[in-house]
Design a protein around this ligand. Structure first.
Ligand code: GLU
Length: 471
């Protein structure tokens, strides 16, 4: 699908709509919008067959108002300078909104990874990291990449290893990248974090009776029919948690086709089927749909685009039937698409809020790497013995005793994953309350996206003011 305007211009349109509702000086607003720096590298790859190919890669650092800057690295044929700038800008606003103390960045390598061997991907990743290191576009206090579309823990491990090899003796080198495997300094819960955050965000949005009533829906997740686009890391976990939370996953769309079953799909089994056969198509009991994007137009309560940008445009927006569109991906709805959905009375849960779970838990991983200690290591046992002492005292006082299961449940101290998930839940709930509060303050005349931008702009502007750059 062609863009109506460039992706970065589209992000800036959303910015402008919110900026006019703030009182910041025009010059400052212009500065906030700007992309501070972009680095475009091309380097040679020696392919397994001996031939040489030129690889193009970028890293955009959108805002240095806080350091390090932060954002994923994507491997996709659609990567270009405009895309990384737009995605880096979204990172700035996302981090500000959820109070993660980073500026925004994004990187990408223009490849279709299906056509490269694992060894070739490793060579590309290590060379890309080398180029970033050479120009100081990576480092724990400078710029901290993470996984994004087409990358995962393996690529992050290679990046950390390459960076460490080039910066001998740097104690904090592991904090140069997040989303690493747990054995390589990653944090428990990062893998699921974006999807889990999407679940917390949707659950929170659906919990407000009056908001749901306005859409003709009951509050809560129970029995809500959900269609998910994309069964990658974000879509898969979002669908899994939503299903566990009571929703029914009626449809899943992937790049090569979609499946639909109004009775509900077991997401885990769909994933296994995809791994076995190479596609989600022909999943037993479901209808297979060749025209994958047509699934977005099916009847449902919540549509979760969790793949790429530019999926709902002025062309297909009039045909979207979902009452709620929950942006798990970055920029899946164009600004023109958004206006049409709004006219049709749809609720849009914006990306800057909804997919912020990934970078939130990346922040926890970064903190773990800098403190060089696993969350919970110091306090877990102490908490457990204090809790046990308390239970025993209660038993003594009451003359009654707790069952083994009760003791196990009440005594347990928080481990790393418990703390990470609790911090994530707290972050998502607070951020939603914040944007809903801003919307309310504007007499509900603005949408959640504009409210999220107002919050982010205010925080970035405040940061600049406090730096004393602007009087
Ligand atoms: N790529 C993810 C995003 O778009 C995560 C970024 C990060 O953890 O730094 O939010």
């Amino acid at each position: 699908m062609a863009h109506e305007v460039s992706f970065f211009d589209d992000v800036n349109r959303n910015f402008d709509q919110a900026a006019v509702l703030t009182k910041h000086p025009p010059g400052l607003l212009k500065q906030i919008k700007m992309c501070n720096g972009v680095y475009h590298i091309s380097f040679p790859l020696k392919r397994d067959d001996g031939s040489i190919e030129t690889i193009h890669a970028w890293r955009a650092e959108h805002s240095h108002h806080k350091l390090p800057v932060k954002g994923g690295i994507r491997y996709s044929v659609a990567v270009n300078e405009d895309e990384v700038k737009a995605l880096a800008a979204l990172m700035t606003y996302k981090c500000a909104l959820v109070d993660v103390p980073f500026g925004g960045a994004k990187g990408g390598v223009k490849i279709d990874r299906r056509f490269y061997s694992q060894n070739e991907i490793e060579r590309i990743t290590r060379r890309y990291t080398y180029e970033l290191t050479k120009k100081s576009f990576i480092g724990a206090g400078i710029d901290v990449p993470a996984p994004d579309y087409g990358t995962g823990p393996q690529e992050m491990a290679w990046m950390a290893d390459t960076f460490a090899a080039l910066s001998t003796g740097e104690l904090d080198s592991l904090a140069c990248v997040t989303g690493k495997p747990v054995s390589q300094g990653g944090v428990r819960g990062r893998m699921e974090a974006t999807g889990r955050g999407v679940y917390f965000g949707i659950r929170e949005a659906c919990s407000h009776v009056e908001d749901m009533k306005a859409l003709g829906l009951n509050s809560g997740l129970n029995d809500k029919r959900v269609i998910v686009q994309g069964l990658g890391n974000v879509g898969y976990y979002a669908a899994k948690f939503l299903r566990k939370g009571g929703a029914i996953i009626t449809g899943i769309a992937e790049y090569d086709g979609a499946i639909y079953n109004p009775g509900g799909l077991d997401v885990g089994s769909v994933k296994s089927h995809q791994k076995e056969t190479g596609s989600i198509m022909e999943f037993p009991g479901a209808k297979s749909i060749k025209d994958t994007s047509s699934l977005l137009e099916y009847e449902c309560d919540i549509l979760v685009p969790a793949a790429l940008e530019n999926q709902i445009t002025r062309e297909n927006a009039p045909r979207i039937k979902a009452k709620i569109i929950a942006e798990a991906a970055n920029g899946p709805i164009t600004s023109e698409g958004h206006s049409i959905l709004k006219e049709h009375g749809r609720m849009i849960i914006p990306d800057t809020f909804l997919n912020a779970g990934g970078v939130t838990v990346s922040y926890f991983e970064w903190l773990k790497n800098l403190s060089h200690v696993r969350f919970g290591r110091m306090g877990k046992r102490f908490e457990e013995s204090t809790n046990l002492g308390m239970l025993r005292a209660m038993e003594k006082m009451s003359g009654k005793s707790f069952s083994e299961e009760e003791i196990q449940f009440l005594v347990q101290g928080a481990g790393e994953e418990d703390l990470v998930n609790s911090g994530l839940e707290e972050t998502m709930i607070n951020a939603f309350q914040e944007i809903r509060g801003i919307k309310d303050k504007h007499n509900n005349e603005i949408d959640l996206r504009t409210a999220a931008f107002i919050s982010a702009i205010d925080k970035v502007a405040q940061s600049y003011m406090e730096l004393g750059i602007f009087p």
